[in-house]
Structures are given as structure tokens and as C-alpha cells.
Design a protein around this ligand. Structure first.
Ligand code: ZN
Length: 325
């Protein structure tokens, strides 16, 4: 989900801990080699990371005024074409970031001198998609004396990252929104009743960006209703006979991209349903995420979508029915 469009000032009001850490780094110009922004989806991590990277590259002489939004560096960051800011994302048709990408794309970039800025910055918007080998290679890059290199990692949780990576990073936590922040953000885009806000808050576990999309778009709202129904059946485990599995797989596979979008919605809905049910719910949810990522990977790399979904539902049913106590 892309959250770059959100105004970073709102995010800072909602995330006082992250704001304090970032303002100290920028204001004192006291820069480390690696940062890790982590927290649930939809809290504005990507937008705040973009603000942070712009502030690090800003040429304004007073650190407290960075980013100034006026200098050349700020304007290039805003346009997404600063030559010393590099995005590292999964290659097309892959869902993970491989060690080859670190070796072939990132190392050469970091070895050469920066073009114009004080820092060379690599941003990894989905650091949870780095394979363990890629994470180790990334660490090695940080240890090479290659001038001022900064890596900014963004991840929905700490869990996918190796302890050696976590300990190397300055950690910037994003907290789940409380209901009143959630409601005021949602009502900023138009009138929504308190009831509707509260329902979305519970159903999405406070994912404000998804809730905004559901409130704003009839299509997204329809997709969300479909997924809520599926999640309900999966979690309540009457589900499903082989015929029902086939019928759900048909419904969610109009095309590859839609199927992947549905899987990301399913993750949100399962999170909201499972995370409140104690340790067993947490373990179940973690296993669901593993199974969903595995199938998402298969779908991204050309597996038959309908078959992959059928396998997914069978595996989810096993995870949700197994005894974790
Ligand atoms: Zn500037």
C-alpha cells in the first residue's frame, strides 16, 4: 500500500515517539548509518521516511529548518530523482529482495562517490522482503568504508529482520493509533459517522490508510466486504468444503494483481481478528502471514492463481484449526 501521499505533519502528530527521534537526528545533524522504521501497515511510515531522507539531504545551513522544501536537494527528493537516494525494491515478478540485488545494484552505487549530496542513502520500503542472505550482504555493505552511506529500512514488524540487522539500526517505532487519532484522521476527508469510524477501526485493527480507501471508494469497499466474509468463515472454521474452497478461489482470482490485492486485505482482516485473542492468536496470525506470503510469492512468479488460492485456503484452514495451547 502506498502511503506517500499523506502529509508528514499529520503523521508526526500521531506518532510523537517517531517524531522526537527523527527531529533530534535532523536537528543535531547527528547521523548514523542505518535506521529502521517499523510498525503496522497504514501508519505513514513511508511518508515519514521520505520526509526524513529529504531532511538528511537538504542543503539548508540551519539543521533545525530541514527539510526547507526550497533548495535543489529538497526539490529533487520531492520529484523522486535525487541521484544519491536509491530505492531498493523486489525486482519485477518477485516478492523478495535477493542477495544478487545487493551485490549487483547496491554495492556498486555505494562504492562510488556521491554525486552532490552529503550522504548516499538507500531506502528499502519493504525491508521485510529482504532474504536473510540479502540482509547479511546489506550489513557487510554498511561495514565497508565507503563514505557516508545511510540505509533506511521500513518494515511492518521487527520479526522478519535478523537480530544483527536490528541491533545495527537506530530503531524508530510507530505506534498503533488510538481511536480518537484514527477518527480525526478519517473524518478529515469527509463526513463519516462515529459508528462507521468505530467499525472500520475494529475491522482493520486501526489501519487508517486502508480505512480511508474503503470510505472513499465503492470498489475498495466492495473488495473489503468480500474479504471480511472470507476471513469470518476461515476463522470460525465451519469453512469450508472443497466446493466452497473452489468457489472462493474463483471469486478472488479475476487476475493476478487483484488476487494479490485481496491477499493483502486478507492479512489485515485476519490480524484484526486474531491479535486480540492472546498468545495463541499471535502465533496463529504469524503462521497465517507466512502461508500468505508464500502463496503471494507463487502468484507473483506466475503460478496458476486459482490453484494457488485453493492451496492457500487449505493451509490457512489447517493453521487456524490447529491447537496452539
Ligand atoms: Zn532543503
Amino acid at each position: 500500500m502506498n502511503d506517500e501521499a499523506v502529509d508528514p505533519r499529520f503523521i508526526m502528530q500521531e506518532q510523537p515517539v517517531a517524531e522526537r527521534i527523527i527531529r533530534v537526528i535532523v536537528g543535531r545533524n547527528d547521523v548514523s548509518s542505518a535506521y529502521l522504521l517499523y510498525g503496522a501497515e497504514g501508519l505513514g511510515k513511508a511518508a515519514l521516511a521520505h520526509w526524513f531522507v529529504t531532511a538528511l539531504q537538504c542543503e539548508c545551513s540551519d539543521p533545525a529548518s530541514r527539510p526547507c522544501d526550497e533548495c535543489l536537494a529538497c526539490r529533487k527528493c520531492e520529484a523522486g530523482n535525487h541521484p544519491d537516494v536509491h530505492l531498493l525494491e523486489p525486482a519485477a515478478d518477485r516478492t523478495t529482495i535477493s542477495i544478487d540485488q545487493i551485490r549487483d545494484d547496491i554495492r556498486p552505487v555505494l562504492r562510488r562517490r556521491s554525486y552532490e549530496a552529503r550522504h548516499k542513502i538507500v531506502v528499502v520500503p519493504e525491508a521485510d522482503r529482504l532474504t536473510p542472505e540479502a540482509q547479511n550482504a546489506m550489513l557487510k555493505t554498511l561495514e565497508e568504508p565507503s563514505g557516508s552511506t545511510i540505509v533506511v529500512l521500513i518494515s511492518p514488524s521487527l520479526r522478519p529482520l535478523l537480530p544483527t540487522v536490528r541491533s545495527r539500526c537506530v530503531q524508530i517505532p510507530f505506534q498503533d493509533l488510538d481511536y480518537s487519532s484514527f477518527r480525526s484522521r478519517l473524518q478529515r476527508q469527509g463526513h463519516l459517522s462515529d459508528d462507521a469510524c468505530r467499525q472500520l477501526y475494529l475491522a482493520t485493527a486501526g489501519n487508517v490508510e486502508l480505512s480511508e480507501a474503503i470510505a472513499a471508494s465503492e470498489d475498495q469497499s466492495q473488495r473489503w466486504k468480500t474479504i471480511e466474509q472470507l476471513a469470518e468463515e476461515l476463522v470460525n472454521s465451519f469453512f469450508p468444503s472443497p466446493a466452497e474452497i473452489t468457489s472462493w478461489a474463483d471469486r478472488l482470482s479475476p487476475d493476478r494483481d487483484s488476487a494479490r490485492e485481496y491477499l493483502s486485505l486478507l492479512t489485515v482482516s485476519l490480524r484484526a481478528r486474531l491479535l486480540d485473542s492472546g498468545d495463541a492468536g499471535q502465533f496463529r496470525f504469524a503462521d497465517c502471514v507466512d502461508v500468505i506470503s508464500e502463496m503471494d510469492e507463487a502468484i507473483a512468479s506466475n503460478a496458476n492463481v486459482r490453484l494457488a488460492l485453493e492451496v492457500l485456503f487449505v493451509k490457512l484452514r489447517e493453521v487456524l484449526n490447529s491447537d496452539y495451547n
